[in-house]
Design a protein. Structure first.
Length: 370
């Protein structure tokens, strides 16, 4: 009750001052603010406001109201913070510290309302008195703003191109975050004031076009503090690099690594199949094929084929009786046949020995007779 009385006393004092000096306040105090602002539910909104005051007037207090100039409608007060209605306590504050600044920040905005500032009779709350209080309409929406993508119509492969994604908002302390669906590129983030309480958050990506991305979608997503999200996407149109111009080192490294890997895999497969083929040939061709396996670096030249064929012929002939081998075998057999048979010399030697043995008792008898 006392709070209502104090507030009523202040208003009466302002009325008396305005009535006693009709031109000293209403004509010298001027406030500038936008007519309307669109804000996202659950986010914050900053209402830009500036004012001019009479020369030499330094003692003033700022009060913000909603809808009407009533005690229950105070949403911010420099007279006494306890005058603020319960639904706005802790949610409103002044923005900036400039001498002629009256900008107001409302966090967690939930409803569409008309607001206006009141400074020492800058406006009249009487319906029959001018000037009326200057107001701002804050419209709350549940649909977040969609980001906008700035990109050239055609991109050239290998030429770095900055691509920007931006979104408008009303809460610079907690702006929406912007995220690309492409990783690995340098990005920068900034925000700037536009006008009438609108700000723009922007991210710029240094994109390196590649033929692999042609026809793909480039997506930028905005995430707001209240968890809502919005997206914008474009289809990439990438032209081939002009003939004779090399691609950047990054592109060459990627393509070169793939090419080297493919070549190595093909070479390994070729050596494996050749080794398998050589093994099968060794099983059917004998040692001649083995000689070829032991030298995998050699190519199949006519000389190698002849060598393999000659070796195979030699191996085929080896177990058989070649003319020389057959002759040698036969000569040996003849030799052993002669050795085992009774040659004339052997027979003669045998006979002589036998005759000597037969004559030996006779000779011995003759010697005794003598």
């Amino acid at each position: 009750m006392m709070e209502r009385y104090r507030h009523l006393h202040r208003i009466i004092l302002m009325v008396v001052l305005q009535g006693g000096f009709p031109g000293s306040y209403s004509q010298d105090w001027a406030i500038t603010l936008p007519e309307s602002i669109r804000a996202l539910r659950g986010s914050c909104v900053e209402i830009p406001c500036t004012f001019t005051r009479p020369r030499g007037n330094k003692d003033f207090r700022l009060v913000w109201y909603k809808e009407k100039l009533l005690f229950d409608n105070i949403i911010f007060s420099q007279w006494d913070p306890s005058d603020v209605s319960e639904g706005y306590r802790g949610r409103t504050s002044l923005v900036g510290n400039e001498p002629n600044n009256c900008s107001l920040r409302i966090i967690g905005v939930q409803e569409s309302r008309i607001y206006f500032p009141y400074i020492h009779g800058n406006c009249y709350f009487s319906l029959t008195t001018n000037p009326p209080c200057q107001t701002v309409q804050v419209t709350v929406s549940d649909v977040p703003n969609e980001p906008a993508i700035q990109i050239p119509t055609d991109l050239t492969e290998g030429e770095r191109t900055p691509i920007s994604c931006s979104v408008e908002h009303t809460c610079p302390p907690r702006p929406p975050t912007l995220q690309w669906n492409r990783a690995g590129y340098n990005t920068t983030y900034n925000q700037k004031r536009l006008k009438d309480g609108v700000w723009k958050a922007e991210t710029v990506m240094e994109y390196l076009p590649s033929y692999r991305d042609h026809g793909a979608e480039l997506i930028c997503e905005a995430t707001y503090p209240n968890g809502l999200r919005s997206q914008r996407w474009v289809t990439l149109n990438i032209r081939s690099a002009p003939t004779g111009e090399g691609l950047p080192t990054r592109t060459l490294r990627g393509g070169g690594a793939v090419a080297v890997l493919v070549i190595l895999l093909a070479l390994a497969l070729y050596l494996f199949l050749r080794h398998r083929k050589s093994q099968k040939g060794g099983e059917s061709g004998g040692r001649g094929a083995e000689a070829n396996v032991q030298n995998p670096q050699a190519t199949e030249s006519p000389y190698i084929n002849v060598q393999i064929k000659d070796t195979a012929m030699y191996e085929d002939m080896k177990p058989a009786e070649s003319p020389y081998t057959a002759l040698q075998t036969r000569d040996t057999a003849v030799y052993y046949g002669i050795k085992t048979t009774e040659s004339p010399h052997t027979n003669l030697q045998t006979r002589d020995t036998t005759m000597y043995e037969d004559m030996k008792p006779q000779i011995h008898q003759q010697n005794r007779s003598k």
